[in-house]
Ligand binder design. Sequence first.
Ligand code: GLP
Length: 643
Amino acid sequence: MDSLPSEAEQHERIRTTVFQSPDEAVRLVAASLARLIRRRQDESRTAVLGLATGSTPVKLYRELIRLHRDERLSFRNVVTFNLDEYYGLPPHHPESYRHFMEVQLFSHIDVPLDNVHVPDGLIPRSEVFAYCQEYERKMLAAGGIDVQILGIGRTGHIGFNEPGSGIDSRTRMVALDRLTRRDAARDFRGEANVPAYAITMGVGTILRAKELVLLAWGESKAAILREAIEGPQTDTVPASFLQRHASCRCYVDEAAASELTRFRFPWKVGPVEWTPELIRKAVVSLASDLKKPVLRLRDEDYAENGLAALLVETGSAYSLNIRIFNELQHTITGWPGGKPNADDSNRPVPANPAQKRVLVFGPEPLDAELGMAGTLHRLRRHQHEVTFAYLTSGNLGVPDNEARMAISLLNELSVDRPADTQGKDRLDQLSDELEKKAPFDEDSPMLRQFKGLIRKAEARASCQVLGLDLEKVLFQDLPFYEKGRYRQFKSTDEDVTAIRELCRRIRPDQIYITGSGAEPGSVSGISYRLVTSALEECGAEPWMKACQVWLYASSERPWSPHEINMAVPLSPAELAVKLDCLFHHRSQRSQTPFLGTQSGESWQQAENNNRATAQRYDRLGLAEYEAIESFRRQKESEARTGL
Ligand code: GLP
């Protein structure tokens, strides 16, 4: 029996359970699917599962495969219907959902092929309508879907039901939203290659399933998830229609849940324990809501906005305001490596040692530059010994066209060097491959390596802009990435060992990394976990006792000042250096030019975020800067070092 929603969950219109990690969540969901399947086996009946694609359900499928392998769960009585398929892609296409399902699940279990249904992306246009009706009929004939697994897209879509999809919509052909296509651009090596249409079950089709399970991981889903769970039911957020279903459960990790009222404004939904962090959060959000600087908040402002309890605990607005103002003030520093010979009792970074060994991890080229190019530049100018380690080559993100250009350049060069036949052979092989290759064929190891070289060259050029010593710019080429592809990465001890050995060699005083809130299967999510494991393995070593680990922000979401432990201001000139550095990653510029300021290019996003953070500090009554890069202390490192 379901327990009743708690006081804290009162705003949630879909029952939501929050887990520390997706692993725990998928174990629970897989176990309940297994129970259903086994129960039906005992009754000689089928179990009908609605399946989804995308990164989100990958871990669930891995757990189902484990149950099949280790706990003899058979899928012989299972019938499946997939939510959707790209229109125009043949089933064997590496990005087709049919192919995805084969690789991620079907080929590892004993589900009979005849029981598996994925919409056909090659149905002639004139037959699509009849085909979709037939898809629905088959679902009904199978007895209807028992449990439908769902992910959520950043537009709020379920399946491919983009904003505008009505509650009664049925299986049909739809045009994909710009944001959805941009999110898929990585898989297709460029937005231009992403199909424009898809066939998807409708919202109405989905709501007919007996039970719905919505999964979401990572902070990039947090905002849209809040709208789906707490917002009004509206076709601008099709996932909000899930609120209508009597048996819909949502399973999320902490990062995806972070925008729900119970985490964002816990004091609005029940009694809270006023920790220093929560107090800072409450004061900052009160000041932001009222558009007032912190020091001008009055007792009445607190009392009239649900924060009377805070005043009871902390005294008057006057002393509370000063305390929080000072805390915010102390996060700001132009000395990210510590200020030598200065009193550091209120600074985020200790003064000693004056010259620090700094180790910066970039999951893929460009990630660290987006988050902290200005700070890297500063650290270097302040004479710290900066080692910048790119964990992966990022070769999957290089469009073929960039490779063609580089080949043409090298060919020109080799005209003058006829002796280099080996090099010429390699270039010819690469040209050949590119010429023969269908747009979505996988790259050979040689082409991947070549594309990796392009990204390394860009990375070095961008590091030079920041004044980094190229001898200390390292490319780790971690095996999980080199051997895998998006949504199919599998890390091993080899990856952890490489990071651990680097840390041991450098013995850093400071480490910078990102990805703590990223989708766990993404390159930065995996990289973050690998670095964390490597550091755990180094735990007992003396240098670790004083090593501060800082998290830098991704360009997805600017952090609010209450979440920031170190704010590094950038002058207009420093911001220009940062943009110059970012521009050198030219293969990462959008391949589909989009006019206007909202192009969503990652560096534009980073610039906007850095400016927005500065504005938020300014509005809270702190100094007005051009831009700010923000950092958070890693909790584990804080507990270990007390810094
Ligand atoms: C695609 C799929 C959806 C999926 C969404 C989110 O658009 N059609 O079914 O939920 O992407 O994908 P991801 O899980 O990779 O974030």
